[in-house]
Structures are given as C-alpha cells and as structure tokens.
Design a protein around this ligand. Structure first.
Ligand code: NAD
Length: 539
C-alpha cells in the first residue's frame, strides 16, 4: 500500500506529513480551499457536520448545515435566476456546457484528488467520474437543438392544422444525490436540466459534498449564472421534505427505501420525479464465453469502486460446462488485485467509504459464512490497509436463507451459482425485485442479444461489465421494478426536465358543423373522413 502526497502536485491540496508508508499519516485539505468550496452552501444555521477521509479516518472538513429556511432561500434565488436563464438562447446555454467539458478535462487531476480524498476509491475509478461528466456535457451540448427546438408534428387535418411542440423548462429541479460517485452523481443529472432552461437546487450527500461543490465552482467558471445552481446540505430526512416540497421536479439517486419516500412526497404535490435506485445485478457467463475476457470483465463488474456502484454485479451465473475453468481464472485474478488506500494510480481497488458501509458488508459475509457459504477469495476486513477496507470477496453456496442472496450488499461481494441451461439462467437472473443492470458474456453476439431482451433490467451489457451502456450517453439508463422510475441520459434524460406544450394553428375550417350542416350530418361526414383517412394509410 502506498500513502503518498497528492498526485496533482497542485497548490490546493497537501498530503500527509510523513508519506513513507505510514497508514496513520494525516491527510488534510488546505483550509482556504475547503472554505472557498463550502461557502457555496446556503447555510445560516451556524451548525456544521464533520466528515472524515476514508483513506485514514481523519477529519477532512466541516460542512455547514442548511435549515429549512436556508432551503427556502436557495429556491427563491434559483427561481429568480431561472427566469432569466430560460430566456437565454439555447446556443449560449449549450456553449457553456462545452466550456464546462474543457474545464473538467483541464482540471482533471484536482477533481480526481478530491474524489479520492473524500471517497477512498482507487484513482482509476475516480478517473471515470470527470470522464463521465465531460461526456454528458458534450452529448447534451451537441444535441441541444435536436432535443429542445420546437418541432413540427402532424396535424389532424392535413395542411390545415399546423402543430408545433415546444419543450418548456419545468422550473427549479431538486437533485438529491448519493456519495458513491461524488462528482458524477452530483453533476451529471443536472446538466440536461440546465440546458433545458431550468435552475437546480442540489442536495449532495454529506460525505461527498466537496467534490459536488468543486463541480459547482466549475459550472460558474464555465459561465453559468452564479445563482442558477444552489447547494444545500444536511441529513436527507431533515431537509428532504422541504426540498421536495419546493421543487418543480425531483431527480433522486439513492436507495430504493428512500426513493419510495421521495416518490410519495412528489405524488402529494403532483410533480414528476426520476428515481435511480439500487440493484442486485446479475452477470451470465455462457458456455461459449471467452474465458479470459469474461474473467477480466467479471473482476471489473464486481469490484469497481469496491462494489459501491449501483450497476455493480453481485450475482454471477456460470454455465456448468465451463464453471471450473472460468472460476479458476476469476478467483486468480481477484486474488492478484492490488489493494490499497492511496492517491496514486496502480491500485485496483480502494476502500469502502464509511464504517456504516463496512458494517453492512461484513454482516452480509459473516452471516452467509455462518450459514454454510464458502469463501473462494477475500472475505475479511483489512484495517491494516484503511479503517473501512474490505477485501474483494467471492462466495459459493449462497442460498435464499442468507441476506446476500437477494438484498443489495453495495460492496465488493459476489455470489456465484452454476446453471445448466440458459432459460434457467435468465429465470434466476430475473428473480427478486430489482432490475437495474445485467451483463452477458458470449462469443455469439446475436444469441446474447436475444437473451438480453428476456432480462428484466434497464441496461444489459454484452461482453462488458457496465461501462458500455453507462458511457453511451445517447441511450437511456435506469432501472425496472424496484430499481427505479424514469431514465437518465439520452432523450429521456432531458425530456424529464421539460413540459411538452402543443400549439396548434387551425386554418380555413373549424371543428364544428359548417355551411349550415346539422350536427347529425356533421357526425356522418366526420365518420366518413375517418374511414377515408385509414384507407389512405394515414397514421
Ligand atoms: P440513501 O437513499 O440513503 O441516500 C441517498 C441520498 O438521499 C443522500 O443524499 C441522502 O442524504 C438523501 N436522503 C436520505 N433520506 C432522505 C429523505 N427522507 N428525503 C430526502 N433525501 C434523503 O442512499 P445511499 O445509501 O447513500 O446510497 C446508496 C444507494 O444508492 C444504493 O442502494 C445504490 O444502489 C443507490 N444508487 C443508485 C444509483 C443509480 O443510478 N441507480 C447510483 C448510485 C447509487
């Protein structure tokens, strides 16, 4: 394990005083840097909450807390900013997104440093975050007109009814995000909201607040108006109701349990929401899979970000015919992963983010082992690496008596099962209430795609873990069943923040009897019209 100073070499962060492999060395952020970020939180309460770095458990920052009055103030400011922003030409809004894209790439090292300090994830997993936000910014900027320009639709009377559909902004969007992807989750859902002419009031998770605030600073540098993106802080249970109660739309990412609370709050107000929730994601290794590629992909599928990833694999179904050969490779690759809590490249898996996460993961593994599951790799906490570290773990013999059979672990733990035929594998993959992401490994793309259509998940990756769908921003991403409602990315990801408005201009005729026609005669003419239109092939 390496404990070294920040890799960015930038002036904003400084590393441990003794970088010589001292696990207790104290990471710290420049106080001025933290102050500059946290002053963006709308907070007058005088209260703060201390957060710790999972790299070493040492205090990282004191996050100012928002009261209900602060949340109300954030919405008031956002509403004023939104009115002017909605009148800003679409091309100008898109240009700000492209500037954000460049800024993120330029400041990548600083962003990644902060993510690692806050989350303890491996640097290569932190790298995914600025990449994903930059991809999202470019995609929506370049497709702004396609998604948002007023569009002609077919009118009821050919030529005489001209119909246009406008996409109007909803107003102020509330965004509640979790800690697992501090930069991505805080920003990516808000970018299409801004492009569509909305303002945002965001409530990132406490543990990932600094990365989220750095994102807000970059938005301002990119030229978005200062008040357009407000940030509030505090426990979700405390300020969540006020936030949901003031929003025109809510975008929530987090657990299924909290998602249901949010959905109820939105239902009471008749506002829309999108919910990106948990998963118990399956991977299917078919008998004709390339075993090396499948084993390599399976490691990424199960252990990226220490499994604290909504689309992470926790259930693996392997064809009988190749089970032993595949497992030999998968276990060997898992056991050779380089583990550590470090700012540097070269680590395959970092630490869990908190004591609560460690407790949950440990409880799942210990219970499964006590009830007869076998540990093929990992299985232990590693406090010698970092306070909340848990090894990448492969379990065999997991059954429905064990919590980790169906409940989301949200950690680096996968249960492996054999299957005999593919129909059975699909049926088992579809068990349970979740339906977020799946992966299939096979050399036969057509057969794998046919199986994918039978899997009840919002995304299915063939010969890849999760990145192929997640990084393809033009396609929708989200969950079926208890994994969510609505979709991020693509057209769905921006339309959710708009109100479609149909404007029809009628010429020459009216929708009532004309030329002295009786109502009865009119009804006959209209009925005949419908028959003719069908014969003419009109939609
Ligand atoms: P969580 O539901 O506890 O918290 C998520 C966010 O909601 C936090 O900001 C929290 O402060 C806030 N919150 C909590 N209670 C609230 C309430 N009553 N009202 C308003 N806000 C409230 O989830 P978590 O444990 O922090 O995150 C992990 C979960 O998120 C996992 O289940 C994971 O699968 C899921 N997740 C899903 C996706 C996805 O895209 N589908 C992405 C990341 C994480």
């Amino acid at each position: 394990m390496a404990h070294t100073p920040t890799s960015s070499g930038g002036p904003l962060l400084h590393g441990p005083s003794d970088p010589e492999h001292d696990p207790t060395a104290s990471y710290a952020l420049e106080p001025g840097y933290v102050d500059a970020l946290t002053k963006r939180i709308v907070s007058t309460s005088g209260e703060t909450a201390e957060v710790h770095s999972p790299l070493n458990g040492q205090p990282l920052a004191h996050i100012p807390q928002s009261s209900d009055a602060d949340v109300a103030e954030a919405f008031a400011r956002a509403r004023v900013a939104q009115e002017a922003w909605a009148r800003t030409p679409l091309d100008e809004r898109a240009a700000a997104l492209l500037r954000l894209h460049d800024l993120i790439l330029d400041r990548q090292s600083e962003i990644i440093d902060l993510i690692v300090w806050e989350s303890g994830k491996a640097r290569k997993h932190a790298f995914d975050e600025p990449m994903h936000v930059a991809l999202t910014a470019r995609y929506y900027a370049r497709n702004a007109r396609k998604h948002l320009h007023t569009r002609r639709h077919v009118g009821v009377v050919p030529v005489l009814t001209r119909v246009e559909v406008n996409r109007l902004p909803k107003g102020v969007v509330g965004i509640i995000s979790p800690w697992n992807y501090p930069f991505t989750m805080a920003l990516c859902d808000g970018l299409p909201a801004l492009l569509a002419g909305n303002a945002v009031v965001a409530k990132p998770d406490q543990q990932s607040m600094l990365s989220a605030l750095l994102g807000v600073e970059l938005l301002a540098e990119a030229g978005f108006p200062q008040d357009l993106w407000q940030v509030v802080a505090g426990p979700g249970r405390r300020i969540g109701p006020q936030l949901v109660g003031s929003s025109d739309y809510v975008c929530f990412t987090g657990s299924t349990a909290t998602g249901k609370v949010i959905a109820r709050g939105c239902a009471d107000r008749l506002i829309g929401c999108s919910l990106e929730l948990g998963g118990k994601n399956p991977i299917l290794i078919l008998r004709d899979a390339d075993l090396e590629k499948a084993a390599e992909g399976a490691v990424r599928a199960c252990f990226s970000n220490a499994g604290q990833l909504c689309v992470s694999t926790e259930r693996m179904f392997v064809a009988d015919q190749i089970y032993d050969r595949f497992m030999e490779r998968f276990v060997a690759r898992t056991q050779s992963m380089s583990l550590g809590a470090s700012m540097d490249w070269g680590v395959d898996m970092g630490t869990l983010i908190s004591q609560a996460q460690l407790d949950g993961v440990t409880a799942h593994v210990d219970e499964a082992v006590a009830k007869g599951a076998r540990v093929l790799a990992g299985g232990r906490a590693r406090p010698d690496l970092a306070p909340y570290f848990f090894e990448p773990t492969i379990l065999e013999g997991v059954n429905p008596e064990m919590a980790c059979f169906a409940d989301e672990t949200f950690g680096p733990v996968v249960s492996v099962y054999r299957f005999h035929d593919e129909t059975e594998a699909v049926a088992r993959a579809n068990e349970g209430q979740y339906g977020l992401n799946a992966a299939v490994y096979s050399k036969d793309g057509a057969r794998a795609r046919a199986l994918a259509a039978q899997i009840k998940c919002g995304t299915v990756n063939i010969n890849e873990a999760f990145g192929a769908t997640f990084a393809s921003i033009d396609s929708p991403m989200g969950g079926m069943r208890d994994s969510g409602l609505g979709r991020r990315q693509g057209t769905d990801g921006i339309y959710r923040y708009t109100e479609p408005q149909s404007v029809a201009t009628q010429r020459a005729i009216r929708f009532a009897p004309m030329f002295g026609m009786s109502d009865e005669h009119y009804s006959k003419v209209m009925t005949a019209n419908l028959r003719i239109m069908k014969k003419l092939g009109r939609a």
